[in-house]
Ligand binder design. Structure first.
Ligand code: ADP
Length: 604
């Protein structure tokens, strides 16, 4: 072996080792996909070819060189098939590779091998002449090729070119972020072809040397780098597919003729058909009598809407979204329909709306009933009261003392009843918004005096001292509704007396922070903390039992609160059980000349 031979052999065996390493690496990663196996086979075939070629260069005699040249063919015929199969598998076309097709692909390589090893039978299909060329730096076999060699070459080129086209097509679709990987893959796919063109053009030194194994090894290196180093990228389409398959929304991809290109399991479930019956067929075909649904969307490429669909079991509502799909050159190429079953939500919404309407109707009915009943009750009550008073006044003849007493009871009870009815009527009116306050000039002192006069008898009867006070800083005349203000105070003072068994009840009016405060306090039984909110609701009483000692309907405070709010005020309560309660009404202070929040400190 001369030194040129040594260099070339070292180069070829180096290539063989490189290809072997790539093959082992890929084989170890075969769990990533079948393509890793075919890629390993490709690399092993290149390694084998390179090694045998090195042997061919290394040995000296023609017979030995011919022997290794034949052995090389095991690698040579395997490379194109492995390359093509790898390209199919890597670009997700493994479905084409039925066993029959794989066998068909192998017919030509098998024939080639057979003819190579039977060349000495003089069929001359591979080599017509075999000799030695020792003129160059390296002695090589000098051969002329027979017919089958050219058939074999054409076949190999077709497979290699087809594989390269498949790969380049797939790489071109990869997102921009993967440009480096992309470039490396495209270069890898093109390299064997480019190398072959260069080889055939004869511009390289040592014209009898075949560089194909070099170029293939480098090609494998580039491709291996791209597919293994960036292998995570492979997961992206898988992840997307999984997401689409598992999502609960239906997804249908249509081409421009509305044929189904893709449909996910959720959508299939709705149609109750397998994908194989639907993909490729027009969507209309599966909508039967409901095809009209699509009519409205025939040419719409971008919208969101809700549709009702009669499914076998029931009417369902879907939120439908149609989005346009564009190809790489921004031409509209189809539509994507996604739909989401919102039947449950719709039904819940409708139920809620129904419940709300019913509640509103019930509330209106209740208020109307209250208003009517209260009104109808008041008239006869007034008649009873009127006639009883006439009896007492002796209009129908003088009453004996024995008769006087029952009339007193009639008056008291009727009075009580009338008050209750009035409260009911007020509350009903407040609830339907019929009760309005009548704001005019009002003397706070007069209101307080009236309340005092009405209540002092009750207080005296229970041994309670009633104190009424208007502080100096309250303007003589303020804007307000004297009747409703009195009603509030009467209620609060009435309660204070009712829920006290002695001590002092005080009603007080003052101005603080520019607001008018009405304060009623007592030293009575107090209100437990947990009841202090709820007693302002209608019919709420601390002692709600029928056997309670202090009569009442539980409406007073509800009325007080609503009246206060009607006057743009607020009510607060401080109370301790067994110590007493203080209710404070806080109203906006408007003086007679219309100034709000004026400092009214010195008006009185
Ligand atoms: P009524 O007095 O007709 O029961 P109210 O709405 O006026 O209805 O009062 C509701 C409840 O609040 C009363 O039943 C009572 O339990 C409690 N309450 C009201 N004022 C006082 C008070 N000053 N002291 C103690 N408890 C009170």
């Amino acid at each position: 072996m001369n030194s040129a031979q040594t260099i070339v052999v070292a180069g070829l065996w180096g290539t063989a080792i490189l290809a072997l390493a790539i093959g082992v690496y890929s084989w170890r990663r075969r769990s990533m996909g079948e393509w890793a196996i075919s890629f390993a086979v490709l690399a092993f075939a290149i390694a084998f070819w390179s090694f045998a070629y090195g042997m061919e260069v290394a040995v000296e005699t023609q017979a030995a060189k011919l022997f290794w040249a034949k052995i090389e063919y095991v690698g040579i015929v395997t490379v194109p098939v492995a390359w093509f199969v790898f390209a199919l598998q890597y670009t997700n076309r493994a479905g084409w590779l039925t066993r029959r097709w794989l066998l068909a692909l192998c017919i030509s390589p098998a024939l080639t091998l057979l003819l190579v090893f039977t060349n000495e039978w003089q069929h001359d299909l591979i080599w017509t002449e075999i000799g030695m060329d020792s003129s160059g730096l390296i002695p090589v076999l000098a051969t002329t090729h027979g017919v089958w060699f050219w058939i074999h070459s054409a076949y190999s080129y077709i497979l290699i070119i087809a594989g390269a086209i498949l790969l380049i097509q797939a790489f071109a679709r990869y997102p921009r972020a993967y440009r480096r990987q992309n470039a490396s893959l495209v270069a890898g796919a093109l390299l064997p072809l480019v190398a072959n063109v260069i080889f055939l053009s004869g511009v390289l030194p040592l014209p009898h040397l075949d560089y194909t194994t070099f170029s293939f090894a480098i090609c494998c290196l580039l491709i291996a780098n791209a597919i293994f180093r960036y292998r995570l990228f492979e997961l992206v389409p898988v992840a997307r597919r999984t997401a689409v398959d598992n999502m609960r929304d239906g997804l249908i991809v249509l081409d421009l003729q509305n044929r189904i290109l893709d449909i996910n399991p959720a959508a299939l479930n709705l149609f109750q058909r397998p994908a194989i019956e639907m993909v490729g067929y027009p969507l209309y075909q599966f909508l039967q009598d409901q095809a009209y649904i699509l009519d409205g969307f025939r040419d719409i490429t971008d919208m969101e809407t809700e549709i009702d669909v009669n499914t076998p079991d029931r009417l369902r509502t879907f939120a439908l979204q149609i989005s346009p799909l564009h190809d790489g050159r921004d031409h509209l190429s189809g539509r994507m329909i996604t739909f989401h079953d919102i039947t449950a939500r719709k039904e819940a919404e409708q139920a809620l709306a129904r419940a709300r309407d019913e509640a509103l109707a019930a509330s209106r009915f209740k208020s109307e009933l209250l208003a009517r009943v209260s009104h109808e009750l008041r008239t006869p009550l007034n008649v009873i009261l009127g006639y009883t008073e006439m009896l007492q006044e002796g209009i129908f003849g003088p009453l004996t003392p024995a008769q006087w007493e029952p009339t007193q009871k009639i008056v008291a009870s009727t009075d009580f009843l009338a008050r209750q009815v009035n409260e009911l009527l007020d509350l009903a009116r407040l609830e339907v918004g019929q009760l309005q306050v009548n704001i005019r000039e009002m003397s706070v002192a007069d209101v307080v005096r009236d309340v005092h006069e009405k209540m002092v008898v009750l207080a005296d009867a229970k041994g309670i001292q009633l104190l009424s006070q208007v502080q100096d800083n309250v303007p003589t005349i303020v804007m307000g509704d004297p009747n409703r203000t009195a009603q509030i105070l009467l209620n609060l003072v009435g309660n204070a007396i009712k829920f006290s068994d002695g001590g002092v009840v005080q009603q007080q009016v003052l101005v603080a922070d520019g607001r008018l405060l009405l304060r009623v306090s007592d030293q009575g039984i107090g209100i437990p903390a947990e009841m202090q909110e709820t007693i302002f609701e209608p019919f709420m009483q601390v002692d709600g039992s029928l056997t309670r000692q202090r009569s009442g309907t539980g409406l007073g405070l509800a009325i007080v609160k609503q009246l206060t709010e009607l006057m743009a005020g607020s009510i607060t309560l401080e109370s301790k059980v067994a110590q007493g309660s203080t209710f404070t009404i806080c109203l906006p202070l408007v003086t007679a000349n219309g100034e709000e929040n004026s400092d009214a400190g010195n008006h009185k």
